[in-house]
Design a protein around this ligand. Structure first.
Ligand code: OOG
Ligand code: MG
Length: 252
């Protein structure tokens, strides 16, 4: 199979909401190849009129690494049609087996063209905000190798941005609760994201530089889930609560 064949299969699986077999078991993919396939995969969305709205990081917390059995930071591309608003109702039939995650996001105000240092980060951020991601692996049973998930654009599916916080807000240890139909299903802290979500932004500047991608002004950087992801079902009402910052809600 060519890289383009794999990219096309992944894109089609997403469009038809139908799971497919992993590729890593039959086709040797190193991480560079996997990122090339991801780019080809996302290109199909761009050809449909999407534009890149940002990037997301994956596996930035122990909770996520343990849940998925994958232990290396990954990044994927977000497009503007993946964005939903707080309060929106999403159609469950457009997903295969969606899961929700509470996250923190950054809006970038200055193009990032090289790895940044910690002290430089605030100059590049317009605001920080609470966020939620809906991930949806295109592979059967949400099971994959690292290369497989990278090629699948890191399970990216939808994202929702919540309350904007001033970029000097202390986000190192905000309590977070993910509720489904009013019941707590995951509890954690923003500090679970690499000790502090700002650290994830630093890593984002490094990993995108490594793969030749520039984070443009106006783009979003999602820092990765603070807790394990929670599966959702038809009619579920999801709420991500962030200490001192209120809640973000969606329903299916
Ligand atoms: C991969 C995406 C991971 C996160 O926040 O860690 C991710 C997956 O778990 O399917 O989005
Ligand atoms: Mg995520």
């Amino acid at each position: 199979m060519s890289k383009e064949d794999i990219a096309k299969e992944l894109h089609n699986a997403a469009m038809k909401s139908r799971p497919i077999a992993q590729f890593g078991t039959t086709y040797a993919m190193d991480l560079n190849t996997a990122y090339q396939i991801q780019e080809l995969n996302v290109q199909h969305r761009l050809d449909m009129g999407d534009h890149i709205s940002g990037i997301k990081l994956g596996f930035t917390s122990k909770a996520k690494m343990i849940q998925m059995g994958v232990h290396e930071l990954i990044w994927g591309r977000l497009t503007h049609r993946m964005e939903y608003a707080d309060g929106d109702s999403l159609s469950i039939d457009e997903f295969i087996h969606p899961r929700v995650e509470p996250e923190i996001a950054f809006r970038i105000k200055k193009k990032i063209i090289r790895p940044l240092s910690t002290s430089e980060l605030p100059d590049y951020v317009e605001y920080v905000c609470t966020a939620m991601e809906v991930i949806d692996s295109r592979y059967h049973n949400f099971k994959f190798s690292l290369a497989d998930v990278i090629a699948d654009n890191c399970s990216s599916s939808s994202y929702i941005l919540g309350k904007r916080l001033k970029s000097d807000t202390d986000i190192s240890n905000l309590g977070i609760a993910l509720k489904v139909n009013g019941q707590n299903r995951a509890i954690g802290s923003s500090g679970a994201i690499m000790g502090n979500p700002w650290r994830a932004l630093l890593e984002a500047s490094r990993i995108t530089y490594k793969y030749g991608f520039q984070i443009e002004e106006g783009m979003i950087v999602m820092a990765g889930a603070a807790t394990e992801a929670v599966a959702v079902n038809r009619s579920d009402k999801i709420e991500a609560y962030f200490e001192k910052c209120g809640s973000l809600k969606i329903s299916f």
